[in-house]
Ligand binder design. Structure first.
Ligand code: HPA
Length: 292
């Protein structure tokens, strides 16, 4: 009997986590509408070790996630957990420094909570950035990659659970999650700046452990060019909401088994920090181009 009670309680908890009430998204959007000095059409999410980009925001208003209703807390290393609203070379932008990962214990819906709040705020374009392991043997540590598509075989989707029509259809198209137009803009900006920019498929792995060398060989066979533990829950939510998406990965390490080295979280953060100059220049250029 005790076992059954425990199971029922546990199942209830799981269902509750899958079902975030619509009014929670509304509360977050209303709060942001009230607190932000202006409502940008472009939002940007900074991945592991990439938080320095917020220094480029002029006239910035900074809101800790802990103050925003419904926002989960960001516990991942080097994820500041603040929302910065400012101008990037004059262009209004919302910058999320830190995101929510499934390996922190969040559900896909919690990880993508902010994307749905952005939809209610009228944000039209989202740029997701991340640190990723290079699977394509032609890549090198420190390079940047524009995400052409993703592969998610993990049993996760922020769209699972109660359907909220305000965030799109129940069954939705995934044939161009990462906007071709934005990818072309990114490639043009990189060319102009002389920054090498790879293109490739991002393979989602839930982590927090890095992959085994056998997993990486399998990922390569399946068509993955880079591997990482973020971005995809939010990308799926953006696709459902009809938000135009661009994804940029910083290759912070070669994935497990490619080089005769062990992987470490510190190495990932360090490599992301080293790529900051190129990453910042490219993102600034992209944001200015998108605005035109
Ligand atoms: N695997 C998964 N996630 C990552 C990696 C990796 O090698 N590097 C940075 N994030």
């Amino acid at each position: 009997m005790q076992g059954r009670a425990l199971r029922v309680r546990w199942e209830f908890k799981l269902r509750a986590a899958e079902t975030i009430p619509f009014k929670a998204y509304q509360a977050a959007a209303d709060f942001l509408r009230e607190k932000l000095p202006f409502l940008p059409k472009i939002a940007l999410v900074l991945g592991s070790g990439l938080g320095d980009f917020t220094k480029k925001a002029e006239c910035a208003t900074v809101l800790p996630y802990t103050e925003i209703p419904g926002f989960p807390h960001s516990s991942a290393p080097s994820h500041a957990g603040v929302l910065v609203c400012g101008r990037i070379q004059g262009v209004p932008a919302l910058i999320f420094s830190g995101r929510f990962h499934l390996y922190e214990g969040y559900t896909p819906r919690q990880a993508a909570f902010y994307v749905r709040a952005l939809k209610l705020l009228g944000v039209k374009t989202l740029i997701l950035t991340n640190a990723a392991g290079g699977v394509n043997a032609g890549f090198s540590t420190g390079e940047l990659m524009v995400i052409t598509d993703h592969i998610k075989f993990a049993d996760i989707s922020p769209a699972r659970g109660k359907h909220e029509p305000e965030f799109g259809e129940r069954f939705f198209d995934m044939s161009e999650v990462y906007s071709q137009e934005l990818r072309e803009t990114a490639l043009e900006c990189a060319k102009e700046l002389g920054i090498p920019l790879r293109q490739g498929v991002y393979f989602y792995m839930p982590g927090p452990e890095y992959e085994t060398p056998a997993e990486i060989r399998a990922i390569r066979l399946l068509g993955g060019d880079a591997v990482g533990m973020s971005t995809v829950p939010e990308a799926v939510a953006a696709a459902q909401c009809g938000i135009r998406l661009l994804g940029i990965s910083v290759i912070t390490n070669m994935a497990a088994g490619i080089l005769p080295e062990r992987l470490s979280g510190n190495e990932v953060i360090g490599a992301a920090a080293e790529a900051t100059g190129r990453f910042t220049a490219l993102l600034q250029a992209i944001i200015c181009c998108i605005q035109q």
